[in-house]
Design a protein around this ligand. Sequence first.
Ligand SMILES: Cc1ncc(COP(=O)(O)O)c(C=O)c1O
Length: 383
Amino acid sequence: MTEDRFETIAIHAGQDPDPTTGAAVVPIYATSTYVQEAPGVHKGYEYSRTDNPTRTALQTQIAALEGVDEAADGGCVATSSGLAATALIGYMLKPGDHIVLPDDAYGGTFRLVAQVLSRHGIEWTATDLTTSEGFASALRPETKLVWVETPTNPLLRVVDIAAIVAAASAVGAKVVVDNTFATPYLQQPLTLGADMVMHSSTKYLGGHSDVVGGAIVTNDQDLLDQLRFLQNATGPVPGPFDCYLTLRGIKTLGVRMDRHCLNAEAIVSFLASDDRVDEIWYPGLESDPGHAVARDQMKRFGGMVSFTPKGGVDAADSIVAKTRLFFLAESLGGVESLIEVPATMTHLSVHGTDLEVPASLVRLSVGIEHIDDLISDLDRALG
Ligand SMILES: Cc1ncc(COP(=O)(O)O)c(C=O)c1O
């Protein structure tokens, strides 16, 4: 399988024809338990909290796409949501341990660290991971985990993964990269030295806004064993139907990402030449501070675009109320375009903190509809 290319791996890894029936598509194994020949003698499955064949197929597929080194005995743990994946990683820490996270992280990640893990004696510092000064000053001898999100949600800042890995390893901290926005099609953090990759598969991996899920991928067998133990011990597992939907969505990931990127680039050109727009955040812009790093570590620049309109919050609220094709909704990464105001929607939980985002910021998840229709929709909504 390893010599196959991305689009081929997406369709074949973990998806051999079903050995008993020849079914070409991985079945939805809707079973909680598995019959044993004698106590402890079985076909590798005992109980579906611990494992399920549809989940195994999904885990194999995601691990292969993230470039897991089979010789290193790495792998993937699929979870019931992205935050369940984040929580599992958090369960690996103990009181007194310290986490560094970006000052522009997904609001739910921040809430989990600041309002849940902190109750259990885990300390944290949110800092600008795009500068080596910010990062160096946040590190402590107790730092066990550095949480990287790149590009970040919603300001699309780009973090140099290899540089963070080099600095974190000097203090013995593990590096996790939330690869939700880029997906393995655009960026493979494990190949840049990250210890773990985390996904909200609810987004581009699933790709059709019809399932909530998450995943953690690692090349480190010890980390994988710990994560599997913690998942079995705490229970945040995805159901087989959810695994099937995600597995099916991922088959077209490469094709979809190409179109998401193409459409986003065209929308950025449109916004950049429009005098109703104030500022644009997109790592594909040459003027973007993260452009050089993004060009090196990403294949293309992704389907997410943020901007502020002239006219402030009122203008932002008016735009999001007027689009027809861009649905006003949270989430991202589906085939349909979405629009939102992070300050009052996805990032409400960081209001009043250092992670607060501009009140008039509008975030677009650019879908794969026809680009001319998307631009007309935005043009009309800009008023
Ligand atoms: C970058 C990022 N990470 C993690 C999450 C959490 O994932 P989930 O909603 O699947 O729990 C999200 C959700 O929006 C996200 O955008």
